[in-house]
Design a protein around this ligand. Structure first.
Ligand code: IPE
Ligand code: IPE
Ligand code: MG
Length: 242
């Protein structure tokens, strides 16, 4: 193994459910948006750490299709933060060779956010040092339904023969088309659920749940999750080699 493969424990793709911003703020008697703001620093550190450790694919859950149930001022704050983060960090990430993709439903996003997303994706489309996907307005079921709708259209128009539909073809219709499945899904904040995140792609991912609230998630937490991953045995339904 090369040293970067050793550092990342052979993990190609880490996906993170960044949870606990609200509780982090509440513990400090501050509004929830204060926690989301602080969470952006942890995003920056996680992207940096992934790069340092040689994890090539990093996918971060930023806003779920269910998060619309939150008060509108909190939803507005999350959208503002997303715009500001991409706008502020785009050129730096581009210089570092990061390929940026936004997964999730585009319908319902404002024109200015769509413009920033489009700019980030086209500016970094040729980069291949690492791949940062931000799942925003993302839900696993919504993604599968959107994929099924497009596939059904292609079948109805004769572009796809229904008899050829298999897992590989279907995966090509998902927002994550072309990406390897996550090896490791980390959730912070102590909740033990996946909340509709990458439900197709994470079918065989190792899950690591950590008690830390997202704004406190550091490089050491990231490394500790990789250590836990390294101690797991992945079998994919088979049996261990003797
Ligand atoms: C951030 O944490 C995750 C987002 C939905 C942006 P939360 O806002 O869910 O924080 P908690 O879970 O209420 O503490
Ligand atoms: C999942 O966290 C969504 C994101 C991290 C963006 P939530 O805080 O929305 O999940 P639940 O409601 O606790 O399941
Ligand atoms: Mg939460």
């Amino acid at each position: 193994m090369t040293s970067s493969e050793e550092q990342c424990r052979g993990v190609r793709h880490v996906a993170i459910i960044m949870d606990g911003n609200g509780r982090w703020a509440q513990q400090r008697n501050r509004p929830r948006a204060f926690g989301h703001n602080k969470g952006v620093d942890a995003v920056r550190e996680a992207v940096r750490t992934a790069g340092d450790l040689g994890v090539r694919y990093l996918t971060l859950f930023g806003f779920s299709t269910e998060n619309w149930r939150r008060p509108s001022d909190e939803v507005d704050a999350l959208f503002e933060l997303m715009k500001r983060f991409v706008d502020a960090d785009l050129e730096k990430l581009h210089r570092e060779g990061v390929n940026i993709r936004i997964a999730g439903r585009r319908e319902g996003l404002s024109d200015d956010l769509l413009e920033i997303i489009g700019r980030a994706e086209s500016r970094t489309a040729e980069n291949d040092r690492c791949f940062l996907t931000i799942a925003f307005n993302y839900g696993g079921r919504d993604e599968i339904v959107r994929a099924a709708r497009r596939l059904a259209r292609d079948a109805a128009s004769g572009r796809v023969d229904p008899g050829t539909v298999d897992e590989t073809l279907f995966a090509g219709y998902l927002d994550t088309a072309g990406m390897p499945d996550p090896d490791l899904v980390i959730r912070t904040s102590g909740e033990h659920r996946t909340s509709n995140f990458l439900i197709w792609q994470a079918a065989y991912a190792e899950l690591v749940f950590m008690d830390v609230l997202w704004p406190d998630f550091s490089a050491d937490h990231f490394k500790s999750a990789l250590d836990q991953y390294a101690s797991r045995q992945r079998r994919f339904g088979g049996v261990n080699a003797a």
